[in-house]
Structure formats: C-alpha cells, structure tokens
Ligand binder design. Structure first.
Ligand code: SAM
Length: 99
C-alpha cells in the first residue's frame, strides 16, 4: 500500500473512507464507463489509481483532479503533469456560476 495513503488514512479515516486504494481492475472498469467528454473531473483521487486509468483511456480529455490530502495532491501533481490537480476539499474549491 502507498505510505502516504496509509498516513492520510491514519490522520483522517473518515474522509478517506476506505482502507486501501481501488484495484487496477476496478479503476479500469470505472474509466471505461466514462464517456469521452472534453473534460473529466475526478473528486478524491487518493493515490491516483483511477487517475492513471483515466489518463490512459482518455488521453485527449482535459483532466481536473481534486484531492483533500496535501501530500497525496503533491504526489499526484508530480505523477500526472498533464492533469490539473487541485489540493483541498472539492466543495471549498469549486465555484458555480450564479446565472
Ligand atoms: C476511498 S479514497 C479513494 C481514492 C481513489 N479514488 C481510489 O479509488 O483509490 C477517497 C479519497 O477522497 C479524498 N477526499 C475525501 N473527501 C474529499 C473532498 N471533499 N474533496 C477532495 N477529496 C476528498 C480522500 O482524501 C481520499 O484520498
């Protein structure tokens, strides 16, 4: 298991909500279910298992990734330079146009 995932789970198990990242098989199945839109938003990327599947299966889509854990977000930025990784809570970092 990824050490940063485990550390984040230890510090805040309620927001992680799982004891381990998704498997590659589950990640691929999820990415396969995504239609080829111009942009894909992933909320709660963790260690990036699903991110990796999305990047491989939808290389031309713009990918915006949110991850609450600072350390995990830093890792994601290094690993997926083609994605726009936003660190922090999704609901505190998204603005919805009022009109
Ligand atoms: C169960 S893990 C899943 C990680 C990954 N998607 C996977 O399938 O392995 C949930 C992740 O969502 C993140 N998370 C929880 N609440 C969040 C929020 N409000 N905004 C952004 N990320 C959040 C947690 O930090 C954690 O990394």
């Amino acid at each position: 298991m990824n050490l940063n995932f485990f550390k984040h789970w230890l510090s805040d198990p309620a927001t992680v909500g799982a004891v381990a990242p998704s498997s590659r098989y589950l990640a691929d199945a999820m990415a396969e279910g995504v239609d080829a839109f111009e942009a894909i938003v992933e909320v709660g990327a963790g260690t990036g298992v699903v991110t990796d599947s999305l990047v491989r299966r939808h290389p031309s889509a713009r990918l915006i990734v949110f991850e609450l854990g600072d350390q995990l977000a830093t890792e994601l930025r290094g690993r997926f330079p083609q994605a726009h990784v936003v660190g922090g809570a999704f609901h505190e970092n998204v603005s919805v146009p009022q009109d």
